[in-house]
Design a protein around this ligand. Structure first.
Ligand SMILES: O=C(O)CCC(=O)C(=O)O
Ligand SMILES: [Fe+2]
Length: 463
């Protein structure tokens, strides 16, 4: 698929968050306003896949945020030339379980009750987490190791390794360059009808996905298991971690039922994906995602988005290259071994970003060799089918975004023009605040349900 993002820096209004577009179709930016650090890092990573993200960040900081200057620095600095000391400094050792040291992070519930949260992460540092207890206590994720039987995990891996050579790198446009996402991927949905509808109705960053496939047999079998595990994890999370043991506002009370999946393939340690949040346009607010890892173990890094006051820049507080303070709390690395299920819970996409970091070294897997396969199972909502969502002045269904940084509007949703992100197309500056009820349904949900009911009756009639 060809297209993606191209966007000149443009401020629509005070309500605009600094998010722009995505390195892959299901991803909502690299926080990519043209000047965000993540956006620049995504660009540098795609042009220099062999460099560790820490080195890219260093080059960017040394160049005072200028991408062309950072590119020059990096050209001079081949990964092979990185000093052994630097390599040692970026090498991640094993860290014992935090829970075994009795370190407690007060969760959001206690924060609400006025208890101060002690941060375990530090600016510029990576905290490595391995145990399910630590991961669920310190991030909006939970993990189940050895999720499938060894035979089923191998069968799923083999099924996808056979497909992986046909996956595509996504091309996207940053500044004046067309760059490629630093890994390959493919999109699967559960029925042929759905695949056809995806190709013609669903817009991702201003264009349509041409290669939409039908979920494969092993993927389908595993989907049922993911569904049941994710629903259990959602309930556990609600009772254990959310204020008053209640689901979050806008979170769906319905059973989570996956009907689509993005499959990613990372061939070797250099392949990665930059920091991003997943696009909520078709998943809705407070989306939950079930993510299976197969093959080579890799690091999944997460980072909380730091809200920003408009005058923070003026006060010159603790700024990163782009003037944001996104790195203030450091990052957490979750280790994803073969046959693990990671659940990204409802607070993840709006408040955190995630990435797969390039690895300096990997342990080859007996079946996958250097490859890691990842499946993210997702639940596309009927009520967010593009036939129902607002259209912009260009006549294209709009993209749903959440204000992530600006303190005054943080957590509000908005519909915006996709075309701003399409190479060769100027956007129309369409903007509308998005309304959802407490269960995350848009105002037209009832109408959407009736339409679906009618379609199903018609189908039953003709078959
Ligand atoms: O490979 C992974 O674990 C994450 C992939 C991802 O973030 C995505 O597909 O949006
Ligand atoms: Fe993602």
């Amino acid at each position: 698929m060809e297209t993606f993002i191209s966007r000149k820096r443009r401020r629509l209004s005070d309500t605009e968050d600094n998010s722009v577009s995505a390195p892959t179709p299901n991803q909502d930016d690299t926080s990519a306003d043209d000047e965000s650090t993540d956006y620049k890092l995504a660009l540098l990573a795609s042009l220099h896949p062999g460099h560790d993200h820490d080195i890219l960040l260093e080059a960017l900081l040394a160049s005072e945020g200028s991408v062309p200057l950072a590119l020059q620095t990096l050209k001079l600095k081949d990964p092979q030339e990185v000093s052994p000391r630097k390599k040692l400094a970026t090498w991640k050792g094993y860290q014992a379980s935090l829970s075994s040291f009795n370190i407690i992070r007060k969760d959001d519930a206690s924060e609400k009750n006025g208890i101060n949260k002690k941060l375990l992460t530090k600016k510029g540092k990576t905290l490595h987490l391995y145990s399910p207890e630590d991961i669920e206590a310190h991030t909006p994720c939970s993990i189940i190791h050895n999720f499938l039987s060894p035979d089923q995990a191998d069968a799923l891996l083999l099924e996808l390794l056979e497909e992986a050579p046909t996956f595509q790198k996504e091309s996207f446009k940053l500044f004046d360059l067309v760059v490629q996402s630093p890994h390959t991927m493919c999109f699967y949905v559960d029925s042929w009808n759905e695949a056809e509808s995806q190709k013609t109705d669903y817009v991702y960053n201003g264009s349509y996905i041409k290669d939409v496939r039908q979920t494969l047999p092993e993927m389908q079998k595993v989907s049922a298991k993911v569904q049941s595990a994710v629903n259990q994890e959602i309930q556990r999370r609600i009772h254990k971690h959310y204020p008053n043991g209640q689901k979050l506002r806008y979170q769906s009370p319905d059973r989570w039922k996956p009907n689509a999946a993005f499959v990613n393939c990372y061939d070797g340690g250099a392949e990665s994906v930059g920091y991003h949040s997943d696009q909520l346009t078709y998943l809705g607010p407070r989306a939950v995602i079930g993510s299976i890892s197969l093959g080579v173990a890799r690091e999944f890094r997460v980072r909380k988005i730091v809200p920003r006051d408009d005058d923070d820049g003026a006060k010159g507080k603790d700024k990163t290259a782009d003037g944001s303070r996104a790195d203030e709390e450091g990052q957490i690395s979750i280790h994803l071994p073969h046959n693990s299920l990671l659940v990204m819970h409802a607070e993840m996409q709006e408040e955190w970003k995630h990435s797969i970091a390039p690895a300096l070294a990997i342990d080859p897997h007996p079946i996958a060799r250097n490859k890691r396969i990842n499946i993210t199972y997702r639940c596309y909502k009927d009520s967010l089918h593009p036939r129902f969502t607002p259209k912009c002045k260009c006549g294209i269904p709009t993209v749903l975004r959440c204000v992530q940084k600006k303190k005054e509007n943080r957590g509000r949703y908005m519909w915006m023009c996709h075309a701003n992100y399409t190479p060769g197309k100027e956007g129309c500056s369409f903007f509308q605040w998005a309304e959802f009820d407490d269960n995350g349904e848009p105002p037209w949900a009832k109408k959407a349900k009736e339409t679906r009911g009618n379609n199903e009756t018609q189908k039953a009639h003709y078959t």
